[in-house]
Design a protein around this ligand. Structure first.
Ligand code: FNR
Ligand code: 8K6
Length: 347
């Protein structure tokens, strides 16, 4: 029954995964104060190298992209060198690893980067405070100017190049979960009336510019993308968003990316304006490799792949609790149940 998870999967001519279980990107807030990966992070990722592909925790492309403490970066030589130690250890254990490239946009906080402005599509703040840092109230962002947008696109492309220099096999662009790219894709956060707002084509433009700049730099075969067509985190839903993704996903289908990845915590969540789950919607409008995720077990994920709902299965929380998740699933070992207190430590 689980056998379909353990057959190789060819992403493209460059990359073949040894199995279909991916480690989902998982923010752990454990980088050092220069946002450099530590030895404990090296060991944590190396222990999980039997995943078909490890996607790194979200990694900021530049200082003003930071919204949580001690999230790693990929914009200084020390960060690039630190990640190289991680990718060497993963490769030595036979694994493959992509870096997830991140800018939190309006969910950033100047506390983390020495003050200044927070950038987003429009001046629409997200309500609340930085998790576990209740004194840090989210600010009203500055709408990115056309020059800001140019610079952001260039910085994403540079971070992708830095990722390759750091030994990653590719990058996953974080376009999901209410962060910067997603802020251009939803009406809740995008109220622009210039060439980056109002219509599906214009609202998709920033995402496509980032994709095109990165694929030009490192190749589409090494570039994945995560998207959340259904708003569920740091974002309010708007039925008009459907038309944006109806435009964007066929555009992405033309670009031969390594894969598209659903950004969701529980894939049984139904979105009325998408006509069902996020993965079912994405499957219906996107033709390339789709990575499903969101409260799956190996059993339910395997069944979903068998039913052709998606091609690859990403596993998040169970991988935090079980460094040997893949071996346990393969050999029928007993899994440790994830609990939130496990976030305190890298095992
Ligand atoms: C996440 N998730 C997440 N997603 C992402 O795109 N980048 C990230 O850095 C993180 N960080 C993160 C941290 C923690 C502690 C959790 C629990 C989740 C979402 C994650 O990749 C995944 O989509 C969900 O956890 C759902 O999958 P599971 O956990 O049900 O298998
Ligand atoms: C990348 C973010 C870093 C912080 C991650 C913390 C995640 C903890 C899990 C909280 C899950 C909240 C998800 C909300 C789901 C709403 C479902 C409708």
């Amino acid at each position: 029954m689980l056998a379909n998870l353990f057959t190789p999967y060819k992403l493209n001519d460059t990359l073949t995964l040894s199995n279909k279980i991916l480690m989902a990107p998982l923010t752990r807030c454990m980088a050092d104060d220069d946002l450099v990966p530590t030895q404990k992070m090296v060991d944590y990722y190396a222990r999980r190298a039997d995943a078909g592909l490890i996607i790194s925790e979200a990694t900021i492309i530049r200082p003003d992209g930071q919204g949580y403490p001690n999230t790693p970066g990929l914009f200084t030589p020390a960060q690039i060198n630190g990640w190289h130690v991680v990718t060497d250890a993963v490769h030595k254990n036979g694994g493959k690893m992509f870096a997830q490239l991140w800018h939190t946009g309006r969910v950033a906080h100047p506390h983390f980067f020495g003050g200044g402005e927070v950038l987003s599509a429009s001046a629409q703040a997200v309500e609340g405070t930085v998790p576990r840092m209740r004194e840090l109230v989210y600010q009203t962002p500055k709408p990115a100017t056309l020059d800001d947008i140019k610079q952001l696109v260039a910085d994403y492309a540079q971070a992708a190049e830095n990722a390759i220099e750091a030994g990653f096999d590719g990058v996953e662009i974080h376009g999901a979960n209410g962060y910067l790219i997603d802020q251009f894709l939803h009406h809740d956060s995008n109220r622009r009336d210039d060439e980056y707002g109002q219509t599906p084509e214009k609202m998709s433009r920033f995402a496509l510019e980032v994709v095109d700049a990165i694929t030009t730099r490192i190749g589409a075969d090494r570039t994945g993308l995560r998207l959340s067509p259904g708003a569920y985190f740091n974002m309010a839903a708007d039925p008009r968003d459907r038309a944006v993704f109806d435009y964007l996903l066929p555009e992405l289908s033309k670009r031969n990316l390594a894969y598209l990845h659903v950004g969701i915590f529980d894939d049984s969540t139904q979105f009325d304006y998408l006509g069902g789950s996020a993965s079912a919607y994405m499957r219906s409008v996107y033709t390339g490799t789709l990575v499903g995720v969101g409260s799956y077990t190996a059993e339910t994920g395997s069944a979903a792949i068998e039913a052709n709902k998606f091609d690859l299965l990403a596993i998040g929380r169970p991988f935090i609790a079980n460094p040997d998740y893949v071996a346990k699933v393969r050999d029928g070992g007993e899994l440790v149940t994830y609990t939130d207190n496990m976030l305190a430590e890298l095992i």
